[in-house]
Design a protein around this ligand. Sequence first.
Ligand SMILES: Cc1cc2nc3c(=O)[nH]c(=O)nc-3n(C[C@H](O)[C@H](O)[C@H](O)COP(=O)(O)OP(=O)(O)OC[C@H]3O[C@@H](n4cnc5c(N)ncnc54)[C@H](O)[C@@H]3O)c2cc1C
Length: 305
Amino acid sequence: MEAINKSFFLFLASRPSLDRLAKRWGSKFGADKIVGGETFEHAVPLIQNLNSQGLRVTVDHLGEFVSSETEAKERTQECIDTIRMISAHQLNSQMSLKVTSLGLDISRDLVWENMIEIMEEAVKHDVFVTIDMEDSTRTEATLNLYKDLKKKYDNIGTVIQSYLYRSDQDLDDLNEVNPNLRLVKGAYKEAAKVAFPAKSDVDHNLKQLIKKHLLNGNFTAIASHDDAIINFTKEFVKEHDIPKDQFEFQMLYGMRSQSQLDLLAEGYTVRVYLPYGNDWYGYFMRRLAERPANIAFAFNGIFKK
Ligand SMILES: Cc1cc2nc3c(=O)[nH]c(=O)nc-3n(C[C@H](O)[C@H](O)[C@H](O)COP(=O)(O)OP(=O)(O)OC[C@H]3O[C@@H](n4cnc5c(N)ncnc54)[C@H](O)[C@@H]3O)c2cc1C
């Protein structure tokens, strides 16, 4: 049943016609419970509120897959504006972005040029940037781009997904640039030829990646709502004396809010991923796919610990 739901929502996530409809409806169906408003101005009080509780943030201007250079340039400018606003409002926030929105599928030169513009602004304002990881057809290009950017800039990270068979090798290949990585299970619909079909393998691989990356001495963001992963990390860092500034926990805005505060109270660094913008459809559908119980709060606004 769970598999059917997952495939169904991931199928819906990839429908451009539904995406267009969703934009017309606005934030109906409770998307506003997990999305921080349509503009950065709407997101600012939410970020300030999270910061006042001690939670750090990474904001993501929603949007993926542009098909023209003009759109990619517009998205680049939006990222630059976001960095400027983080700085102007003195927010404790990083920025996450998707390189398909900056022209990854159009040309390497275009996405490189756009990333350089963004990174120059990020350096100027001391804002850390994370390149989110998209579906497996973009993994290679995204990691190559990341590796080259990391040789030029320190304040940049990316994401490794434990559902991909290739991820262990990717971790080894990236190690020469001391990558700053967010480790996740993975949110896209992937075929068994590239990704572990069994959840137990995905979970096991995430633990292996967490161990390896922490022992390599690199900064690790453990991005999961799963207590088994969180508890595993807590024990591992204790056992291996991993300093608290070498890792942090990350969760999505609106998910397990009480657990975020509990981790904070235990002395861990916690960062909340806060998406904003009107392009919320794909993000929202992937969250429903991950956990059909999320449908409950999509319709009722009910949140559980
Ligand atoms: C900060 C952040 C950034 C991310 N960035 C990316 C990215 O760049 N690319 C990408 O592919 N994916 C990304 N993801 C999504 C990620 O890959 C997973 O799809 C997602 O986090 C679901 O996996 P999980 O480990 O949280 O828990 P799951 O494996 O979905 O669930 C395991 C268990 O955790 C508990 N649980 C899970 N969710 C909830 C909830 N909402 N409330 C209560 N209990 C819950 C339940 O007990 C559940 O059985 C990101 C996730 C986070 C948190």
